[in-house]
Design a protein around this ligand. Structure first.
Ligand code: FEO
Ligand code: CA
Ligand code: CA
Ligand code: CA
Length: 593
């Protein structure tokens, strides 16, 4: 479409003001309702939230901090119910300077007491709540039998797959190498075709202190970013976060965790066959023969894109028979070539360079040191792979590459074409046979790739749709994504501290991926000041979009006592609180229609 022509996008909503503000805002004709906030009750016996009398025991029953991934799981299981279900929410990390009075960002690791540290640990993990729509409004169901917290303080996780029980996973507290307390830095995730939830352990390195050189795992720890001083005070009170005391504890994190939200007594499991790295997410697509493919990015500059293909097909009649399906299969890593093809390189012990000569004694070593294995097979270093999702409408796979300010001109390649990539880009992968209404062969060795768009403003070398200035909006730092039932791409953004520099809000953006509106991005919802946007999840009928507002008020000068915003309560005695927001359309139609 030419400038001045009518809007080529199929997304007809009127965009809200594209500026930073203290509160959130949504496209005209929509409502944005705060559903649950940090500290609100989750477990049946959760005490009322008192920000000035916090305890670890209370936080362990309450909604955790920094909500990220959101899954809407219909009730009953397997249905397409859109007005009743479970919301499964990750709690990625904590901002002590916004949670407790009297702290600054600089001194928080020194000043935190044991109870505050344990509140932080309990605020990590995951929440399951039951939710119901009454008219246009969503409510958390009180005293739900499904309500549940998974925390980093008290919840027991099992390890499974080829690395479970390996010597490198054993600690003093767990000589079996199979039982771990907690999950850390759960960023995004996915839903399996049999109705379990996958949650991805991302920046787990940030919790560990100690000198890696004083451990037998120094190459591994350094490659994963454990370099001495933690951003957290946890190792002051818990030996397991000190690698000089427990050198193997970090090897028990960095996995994809599977759990069944429909069974509140189920033990969550870390599935080692999917490899260990900084998993941003884990999203599934089912092959024609019933086998399952899981895509996962490793979100760090110059890290890789991975794919797991299960050995066995799904049992569609008995969902419980799929326990363990993700323990057997092949993990691969992506190489992108200039000619527009990409190749999936298997990470299989004994093949090529993945042998004892290079320090891999078994498949367990390949999985624990997946990054090093990926280096050896020649994977392509990417600009921070965040969410990766398959579009059910066209079978193509969309990869959010959030940014990479460290890429030098001599390091650019076709799939990562910009040096100093401050705004990121979106890649589109096409498996053989994919197309309108066809999911394609996601187990194939070779796909084709192209760039959907380079983000940023026109001046940043973005691939700007000609109608963007008139009908759209620019975005920076794509992070999570999802699709509506028409196959349109919805992207949440996380600019971090660049949000202030770029002077545009993080939020929800959407674009067509086919037709004349392809890659014309529109702005749909803006987060409050200094937050990022996470967790987009539509109900099956698309009439509700759940989003997660993470770390409102996070800035170097913003504290509990002087926060940059007090969203969502705007009470002088409350700091900002991360929260889940339910977005609906006033006329009851699909969101964004
Ligand atoms: Fe936790 Fe890569 O965002
Ligand atoms: Ca993310
Ligand atoms: Ca997603
Ligand atoms: Ca993020």
């Amino acid at each position: 479409a030419k400038e001045g022509a009518s809007d080529p996008s199929s997304l007809a909503f009127r965009q809200p003001e594209h500026t930073i503000a203290d509160t959130h805002r949504v496209a005209a004709g929509h409502q944005a309702q705060v559903l649950i906030r940090w500290g609100d009750g989750v477990a049946v016996d959760a005490p009322a939230f008192d920000v000035f009398a916090q305890s670890a025991a209370a936080q362990d029953r309450q909604f955790g901090y920094n909500n990220d991934f959101v899954a809407f799981m219909p009730l009953p299981v397997g249905s397409l119910a859109s007005e009743h279900g479970l919301l499964c929410v990750n709690h990625e990390y904590t901002n002590a300077e916004l949670m407790f009075p009297g702290l600054t960002l600089k001194d928080k690791t020194e000043k935190l007491c044991r109870e505050q540290v344990d509140v932080e640990i309990a605020a990590h993990g995951h929440s399951v709540i039951e939710v119901r729509k009454n008219g246009q409004s969503w409510q958390v169901v009180a005293a739900s039998p499904f309500a549940r917290r998974l925390s980093a303080l008290t919840t027991e996780f099992q390890m499974s797959g080829p690395a479970a029980g390996h010597d490198r996973l054993k600690t003093k507290a767990d000589p079996s190498g199979r039982t771990v307390i907690g999950t850390l830095n759960n960023c995004a995730g996915g839903v399996t075709p049999w109705g379990t939830v996958l949650i991805a352990e991302e920046n787990f390195d940030t919790y560990f202190s100690g000198d890696p050189k004083k451990t037998p795992e120094s190459v591994n720890h350094i490659r994963l970013g454990i370099k001495g001083k933690s951003r957290y005070a946890w190792s002051r009170f818990h030996d397991r976060f000190d690698i000089e005391k427990e050198p193997n504890e970090p090897n028990r994190f960095g996995w994809v965790v599977e759990f069944d939200p429909y069974d509140p007594t189920s033990v969550p499991v870390k599935r080692t066959a999917l490899g260990r790295f900084k998993h941003e997410a884990a999203t599934c697509v089912t092959l024609a023969d019933g086998r399952v493919v899981v895509y996962s990015g490793d979100d760090e500059m110059f890290e890789y894109l991975y794919r797991f293909v299960s050995r066995d097909p799904i049992d569609r009649k008995n969902r419980r028979a799929n326990v363990g399906l993700l323990d057997h299969g092949t993990l691969s890593v992506a190489r992108f070539d200039k000619d527009g093809t990409m190749t999936w390189l298997p990470l299989v012990w004994g093949q090529g360079k993945l042998t004892a000569a290079n320090g891999f004694a078994s498949q367990a070593d390949v999985l624990i040191d997946a990054r090093r294995a990926a280096d050896l097979v020649g994977a392509t270093p990417m600009d921070r792979p965040e969410d990766v999702e398959t579009n059910p409408a066209n079978g193509r796979v969309y990869v959010m590459l959030t940014n990479n300010s460290q890429r030098k001109p001599e390091q650019v390649n076709g799939a990562n074409p910009r040096a100093d990539n401050r705004h990121g880009h979106v890649l589109e992968l096409t498996p053989p046979g994919a197309g309108k209404g066809r999911i394609g062969r996601h187990d194939a060795e070779r796909f084709r790739w192209e760039i959907l768009f380079l983000a940023g403003q026109r001046a940043d070398g973005a691939t700007y749709h000609p109608a963007t200035d008139k009908y759209g909006a620019w975005l920076s730092a794509p992070d999570n994504c999802t699709f509506d039932n028409r196959g349109r791409l919805w992207i949440s953004t996380d600019q971090g501290s660049n949000q202030r520099k770029n002077a545009i809000p993080d939020g929800m953006y959407a674009c067509d991926v086919d037709g004349p509106g392809r890659s014309l991005v529109k702005f749909f919802y803006g987060v409050p000041r200094d937050a990022e946007m996470c967790g987009p999840a539509f109900t099956p009928d698309n009439r509700t979009l759940f989003v997660a507002v993470q770390h409102p008020g996070e800035d170097k000068d913003s504290t509990f006592d002087r926060p940059s915003t007090r969203w969502p309560d705007f009470r002088p005695d409350l700091p900002p609180r991360p929260a889940i927001v339910a977005i609906t359309k006033d006329d009851g139609g699909p969101v964004g229609s």
